[in-house]
Design a protein around this ligand. Structure first.
Ligand SMILES: NC(=O)c1ccc[n+]([C@@H]2O[C@H](COP(=O)([O-])OP(=O)(O)OC[C@H]3O[C@@H](n4cnc5c(N)ncnc54)[C@H](OP(=O)(O)O)[C@@H]3O)[C@@H](O)[C@H]2O)c1
Length: 344
């Protein structure tokens, strides 16, 4: 299933087209490429965010059959695409697939069908059934199925030039979600901190800058193949300790078993009254325990967690963006109930 990886000489001064480029990951890719001296065009509807300084912006709408007209006839050395619906893929490949030398498609570990098996790799992980390739259904329930269908089109039509990266949780400055940010924020605030599950449970993430660097390097070096993009898993106890070292070495953690959290209706992963990077076990034992060693071998680098935590805190809002995070009131209630139970 996996294309053979290969490197050639590194390209300088590339003409790079980013289908996206105005929010979080795709914007960080644009900034990274600009910093390395490439010529960057970002193309979006212009509704979600602004292009970074130094990038050329072209307005497009990929939900409109004629929506790429603003870029007709243009040539690029490489394309980076973050599409989430399969119907947006073919028109872009029709336009630049023959001509561009390299094509990155940003996918997700949500393409995998099994969440309960730790240590899965690109080779061993079963995939979800793909959505129809011409579907424009953007329902989040279809997200993983849609990304499989996007990947299949890229892999089938761009053999030999496709770099498909299945990102795990992407974190860092500009993150519109709150799944990682809760932890540096909560740990910096101090006091008794509720830690979910056990110190041995695994967690995994990728700093947006590490993923962006790898994507730009892949375009420069013509790296191809399908890869997971997430750091090697570490135990949650170590994860929290490393963040604490960076933002509050005095932090005190109380480990609360998952059944107690469930009793108190704490939501896993994301959403109101949730704890980010916490998933129920054993059902999701594979979710934060993928084996990304092939990606490390292919050049993915992972910065120290302390950098990610410090930088997130320096750039982040005080409040969650999406109404996620466990409230301090609920955290206090759970800790009090847990200590009362201890005393009985
Ligand atoms: N965040 C995570 O933890 C995570 C984890 C795994 C994988 N991923 C994947 O990583 C990627 C993240 O990309 P991202 O951070 O750049 O966020 P994103 O929300 O996927 O970005 C979408 C970009 O595409 C543009 N766009 C959306 N609809 C469009 C349309 N109809 N026509 C033209 N442009 C359109 C948006 O601008 P306009 O809306 O202004 O058009 C925006 O620039 C995605 O592929 C996502 O699936 C994310």
């Amino acid at each position: 299933m996996r294309d053979p990886p290969h490197h050639r000489g590194r390209l300088h001064g590339m003409k790079l087209l980013i289908l996206g480029g105005t929010v979080f990951l795709s914007k960080t890719v644009a900034v990274t490429a600009l910093t390395r001296g490439h010529h960057v065009t970002v193309a979006t509807r212009g509704t979600s965010g602004k292009p970074p300084a130094g990038a050329r912006f072209v307005k497009i709408d990929r939900n409109d059959p004629a929506g790429l007209a603003g870029l007709a006839g243009e040539r690029f050395d490489a394309v980076v695409d973050v599409a989430r619906v399969p119907g947006q893929i073919a028109p872009a490949i029709d336009m630049w697939g023959d001509q561009a030398g390299h094509w990155t498609f940003v996918s997700t570990v949500s393409v995998y069908a099994r969440h309960d098996r730790p240590g899965q790799t690109v080779q061993t992980g079963e995939l979800l059934e793909p959505s129809p390739p011409d579907s424009f259904d953007s329902d989040m329930q279809r997200y993983g199925h849609n990304k499989v269908a996007c990947e299949n089109q890229v892999r089938d039509r761009l053999a030999g030039k496709a770099f498909i990266v299945r990102a795990g949780l992407i974190v860092g400055s500009g993150d519109p979600n709150d799944r990682f940010g809760y932890w540096p924020n909560r740990i910096a605030a101090g006091g008794e901190i509720l830690a979910p599950g056990t110190p041995q449970d695994n967690v995994q993430w990728i700093d947006v800058r590490d993923l962006a660097e790898w994507i730009v390097t892949a375009a420069e070096t013509r790296l191809t193949g399908t890869y997971d993009a997430t750091c090697p898993p570490i135990p949650r106890g170590e994860f929290l300790a490393r963040i604490a070292e960076a933002v509050n070495p005095q932090a005190r953690f109380s480990w609360i078993p998952q059944d107690i959290l469930a009793e108190h209706a704490v939501q896993p992963w994301s959403g109101p009254e949730s704890l980010g990077l916490w998933v129920p076990l054993p059902e999701y034992a594979g979710h934060l325990s993928r084996d990304p060693s092939a990606s490390v071998t292919a050049g993915m680098t992972i910065r120290p967690l302390a950098d990610t935590a410090r930088d997130w805190l320096a750039s982040a809002p005080e409040e969650p963006q999406l109404g996620a995070w466990l409230s301090r009131e609920k955290e206090a209630d759970i800790l009090a109930a847990w200590h009362a139970r201890d005393r009985r």
